[in-house]
Structures are given as C-alpha cells and as structure tokens.
Design a protein around this ligand. Structure first.
Ligand code: DGL
Length: 250
C-alpha cells in the first residue's frame, strides 16, 4: 500500500517560493515540501543535459520523501527536463507518481489576457532557447504572436539579494527595451521565470502603462487545483495536515 505524502515543489533556487506561496493560498489543506537546488543554481544558462540530470536527481529526492506528485515550479527545468522525465524516467522509476511543470498551464491561459494578440515572454536563456513557450502557446492560441527576451542577469540579481538595488534598474530597463523593440504591439508581458516576480515593483516602474504584467503563481495554483480534482488517484495520495517543509541543497 502506498502511504500518503506531501506535494513536492521544486525550483533551482529561491524563486519557486513565489509559486509555492500562491499554491498554499489556494490549496492550504495539503502538505508541501519545497526544494531549492541553490548549490547548483542558476540553471538558466546550463545545457539541456545538465538541467535534466540535476532535475532528475531532485525529483528522485522528492520520491524518497514520499511525494507522489512533484511540481517543477522552475520554468527552465520544465522546459529542459520535464518531458524526458515524464516519458523516459517515470515509467521505469515510479510509474504511479506524477511530475508536472509550469509552462503548459501558463500557455493554456496566457492568450486570454491579450487584446492585441501580442505577448512578450521574459525568461532565462535556457527557457528562451528551448522555444517551449512559443510551441506550447501555439497549441492553444494559434494566432498569437509570441516574442521572447532572455534576461540572464535577472536571476543572479535575485539570488544575490540585489534585486532592490540600482544595478537591477539597468538590466531591467535594458531587457524591457529589447522586448518592446521586437514587439511594439505587446500588451501582455509574462514573467516566465519564478524569480522574476521578486523584481515586479522595479519592472512596473519601466513598463508602458497599457501593458499587463503576468506572474505565474496564481495560474499554476489554479491549474494544480484543477488537476487534483480531475485525478482522484493522485489526490488521494497527497497528505493533508497543512504542513510545509523547506529544503535547500546548499
Ligand atoms: N527559476 C528558474 C525558472 O523559473 C530559473 C532560475 C535559474 O536560472 O536557475 O526558470
């Protein structure tokens, strides 16, 4: 008999806490275990192979903690590792367990926020290079134009606690300038990295007034609630004492 366990929430570092916060707001009864791979963050500029191996290590760790459901809150891991883990690893190592990502739930709804049908995605270099957002969004909103901008300095600013300082302004202005140069008609800007909501206040200072800034936390929480409803076989394996535990690899 499989015993109940917490829902695992994974990120390369601290950023996933922005997602966990919204999940707990929405689904407060469940137990959660958070792991940030701070020892090896940032993931954003690493190869597919490296992100895959790091993520798989962490997924196995969650399974050892008794999780039947793991959310890869990290966009980079969702872009570069999720599919291989779901298709190649899970059937062998844990056929009854599930690993979900954040890109698909975001792609399912992002087009609903845009009137001009032009969306900008700010993300890590790895997420942008994977083309996961344009590909996933095209499945749900075929007419939507998607522009991407890699922001390789934004995660280090957050992980080093520099996100409220003047140095952050320089890089935020620069990347915003670049994305609006690519897509003038963008009216929705997605923060496609869990760390970026921590830069929200500064981003808003430099954002054109008519542009909506979208963070993923609430979208992912809504999608998880929906998933648990549709999958009672997984839901029944998630313990519910309202306990949250936090771990980091460094
Ligand atoms: N937080 C991760 C994401 O959502 C990436 C951060 C990193 O580069 O490690 O993409």
């Amino acid at each position: 008999m499989t015993t109940k366990g917490p829902i695992g929430v994974f990120d390369s570092g601290y950023g996933g806490l922005t997602v966990l916060k919204e999940i707990v707001n929405k689904l407060s009864d469940y137990d959660y275990i958070y792991l940030g791979d701070n020892a090896r963050a940032p993931y954003g500029n690493r190869s597919f192979d490296t992100v895959y191996h790091y993520t798989l290590d962490c997924v196995k760790w969650f399974f050892k903690q008794g999780c039947s459901l793991v959310i890869l809150a990290c966009n980079t891991a969702s872009a570069k590792a999720l599919r291989t883990i779901q298709q190649n690893d899970l059937p062998i190592i844990a056929p009854d367990k599930r690993v979900l990502g954040v890109i698909r739930p975001t792609a399912e709804v992002i087009g609903n926020f845009s009137e001009t049908k032009n969306v900008g995605v700010m993300a890590t270099t790895g997420t942008v290079a994977s083309e996961s957002y344009p590909m996933e969004i095209a499945k749900f909103f075929p007419g939507l134009k998607v522009y991407q901008e890699a922001c390789p300095m934004w995660v280090p600013l957050v992980e080093n606690g520099e996100f409220e300082n003047h140095g952050a302004d320089y890089f935020i202005k620069k990347n915003l300038h670049n994305i609006f140069e690519k897509g003038e008609a963008i009216d929705v800007l997605l923060l496609g990295c869990t760390h970026y909501p921590l830069l929200k206040e500064k981003i808003e200072e430099y954002l054109p007034v008519a542009v909506k800034l979208i963070s993923q936390g609430e979208i992912v929480a809504e999608s998880l609630a929906n998933y648990l409803q549709r999958h009672p076989e997984i839901e029944s394996l998630c313990s519910k004492e309202g306990i949250q535990k936090f771990y980091t690899t460094d």
